[in-house]
Design a protein around this ligand. Structure first.
Ligand SMILES: Nc1ncnc2c1ncn2[C@@H]1O[C@H](COP(=O)(O)OP(=O)(O)O)[C@@H](O)[C@H]1O
Ligand SMILES: [Mg+2]
Length: 171
């Protein structure tokens, strides 16, 4: 594929089925293993779709050993990592996107943004390399990956290969 194959409205997406919460954890680890050095990720889906489950497994895979708290009330939880900070945001309860300014997030030091409910902070967030959409389907979840940048497209390619070659409960 060439750069030109990414066009507005025609982004190549990948879809997976995650049979249970363990499969979501496994997928979080695959995303972490394949991620670029810096990445902005938007996590979309209704309450209970599995966004936080995915984020938690992902942060663990990056080496977070202490508690991983939900950012539901704090809006952001921060994790120092070797390659720079990881931020986990949940904007479900944000009043308006202007509140993000008061969090004092310095983009320069952030290696990874995992943002739940990004639609509530639109205009005040960095552009996503990857948008992940989760949805309930039967007893499991569907997960769709859409790239927002060339780095995101390459990332999806790596994940596709890893999932096809691993056993994981996805694909
Ligand atoms: N693939 C899956 N199949 C079934 N249940 C799942 C799956 N992934 C996560 N869950 C469960 O869904 C519930 C809600 O997940 P959570 O991550 O808190 O959702 P969200 O952050 O999107 O509101 C949790 O009980 C979790 O164990
Ligand atoms: Mg959540």
């Amino acid at each position: 594929m060439t750069e030109a194959s990414i066009q507005a409205g025609a982004a190549p997406t990948s879809r997976y089925f995650l049979v249970d919460a363990d499969a979501t954890d496994q997928f979080g680890r695959e995303l972490a293993a394949a991620q670029p050095v810096t990445a902005v990720v938007h996590l979309q889906g209704e309450l209970g779709a599995g966004k936080s489950t995915l984020a938690r497994a992902w942060l663990r895979a990056l080496g977070v050993t202490g508690p991983i708290r939900s950012p539901t009330y704090t809006l952001v939880e921060r994790y120092p990592l070797d390659g720079g900070e990881a931020l986990h945001l949940d904007l479900y309860r944000i009043g308006d996107a202007g509140e993000l300014e008061f969090l004092g997030l310095d983009e320069a030091d952030v290696a990874l943004w995992l943002i739940e409910w990004p639609e509530r902070g639109s205009g005040a967030l960095p552009r996503p390399d990857l948008t992940i959409e989760l949805a309930v389907e039967g007893d499991g979840r569907t997960l769709q990956l859409t790239p927002g940048t060339p780095a995101g497209r390459d990332w999806i390619g790596r994940v596709d290969v890893a999932v096809q070659h691993g056993e994981g409960g996805s694909a």
